[in-house]
Design a protein around this ligand. Structure first.
Ligand code: AMP
Ligand code: MG
Length: 356
């Protein structure tokens, strides 16, 4: 299929949203920017459109899709009920990078919900996403606009790399602001459960609605020991290797000094190194990719997926990544890195011979 690419620098937002709305209405697919990552959208109420999304991504169809809405008044028709805690979180974080799981109404096809009787809904704040969603007035099912298993797309160039020829329309708005996916909270059950770490922090939500349980499947220790072992995933990436660059990735964990020494021992000329600006001088030049300063975890989150894709063009045969758990948003970054690594972690500092 021929993919139309429209740039927000050249085409007005009005024209772009009309074009995207027409694509959705006719059952087609359009990739568009949101504040988190690029989304691959289709009509969320159509089984045929959901099937096309799975096919374009090469994604297994038991992985549920998030519905994106432009107006809050679209929500009641999609869900059985709106719990009080959801209202509080929506008042605070919508529009924005928070996805909420509700019990679904009959309107939402099981093809969209991945066979579950719940549905994930989000209202993005990105002006291009909002214009498209408002013009279309349909709930738009939009997973991240990458081929299944690959790092999420944070630039239009990534989307073109993965999806050119597989979708009707790609909207090019350069780089997205946040760069990691939405936080997901399940409010379809009596006790709220965090299903995915993201830009909205657990502590911020707990201040508003009280304790939130963290799904055991997204705890670091379980990603390490259970990658590939979960049968019916409730949170993203529990079942499949996710966010993966082409070369195998290893996370090197431990005290900072030990991590740096260990990577220096392990890495040769063909190995990639994922690190911070402050450590670039510690490693030989050439195959290092930095996610920015240690002092700026939000920038690290922003640059992570692009950095993972850079190793593909560098042709690294394996990649060593520094453990990045040191910060508040570090949980969200590490969660994705662990999945990209398929749970492979090398502990630095255990063996005295590894210390330089
Ligand atoms: P993506 O759109 O690629 O960021 O991934 C969307 C993710 O949202 C899916 O992989 C799901 O795991 C999660 N999700 C969507 N709907 C539900 C649901 N009803 N229950 C639990 N998780 C969901
Ligand atoms: Mg994804």
């Amino acid at each position: 299929m021929k993919t139309l690419i429209l740039s927000t620098e050249k085409v007005s937002l009005g024209e772009i949203s009309k074009k995207a709305a027409a694509v959705f209405a006719s059952g087609g697919l359009a990739a568009f920017p949101t504040e988190t990552v690029y989304g691959l959208g289709g009509n969320g109420l159509s089984e045929a459109s959901a099937a096309k999304i799975y096919a374009a991504k090469g994604r297994p169809s038991d992985n549920p899709l998030i519905l994106h809405i432009g107006y809050r008044d679209q929500l009641p028709a999609l869900v059985e009920e709106i719990p009080d805690k959801a209202k509080i979180l929506m008042d605070h974080f919508w529009p924005g990078p928070l996805t909420i799981i509700f019990r679904k109404s009959a309107l939402v096809p099981f093809k969209t919900s991945g066979g579950l009787d719940t549905v994930a809904v989000r209202m993005p704040v990105h002006p291009v996403a909002q214009a498209i969603l408002r013009e279309s007035r349909l709930p738009i099912a939009a997973p991240s606009a990458n081929l299944s298993g690959r790092p999420s797309t944070t630039r239009a160039s990534h989307v073109i790399e993965d999806l050119d020829g597989r979708v009707d329309l790609i909207i090019d708005d350069g780089e997205v602001p946040i760069g990691i996916e939405s936080t997901i909270i399940d409010l379809s059950v009596p006790e709220p459960v965090l299903l995915r770490y993201g830009y909205v922090k657990l502590s911020e939500m707990e201040e508003l609605i009280g304790p939130i349980r963290v799904d055991p499947a997204i705890r670091a220790e379980n990603i390490i020991s259970h990658t590939g072992a979960v049968d019916h995933p409730k949170a993203p990436g529990m079942k499949y290797r996710h966010y993966a660059p082409k070369a195998p990735l290893y996370i090197v964990s431990g005290e900072e000094e030990d991590i740096l020494s260990k990577i220096r021992c392990l890495a040769d000329k063909t190995a990639g190194i994922l690190t911070f600006d402050e450590h670039l001088k510690v490693f030989p030049e050439g195959m290092c990719v930095s996610v920015g300063s240690i002092e700026n975890p939000e920038e690290a989150a922003h640059r992570l997926f692009d950095a993972l894709r850079q190793f593909d063009s560098l042709d690294a045969d394996r990649i060593y990544a520094e453990d990045m758990t040191r910060h508040d948003i570090g949980g969200a970054i590490m969660n994705r890195l662990l999945k990209a690594a398929g749970g492979n972690v090398i502990q630095a500092g255990d063996d005295p011979e590894n210390k330089l």
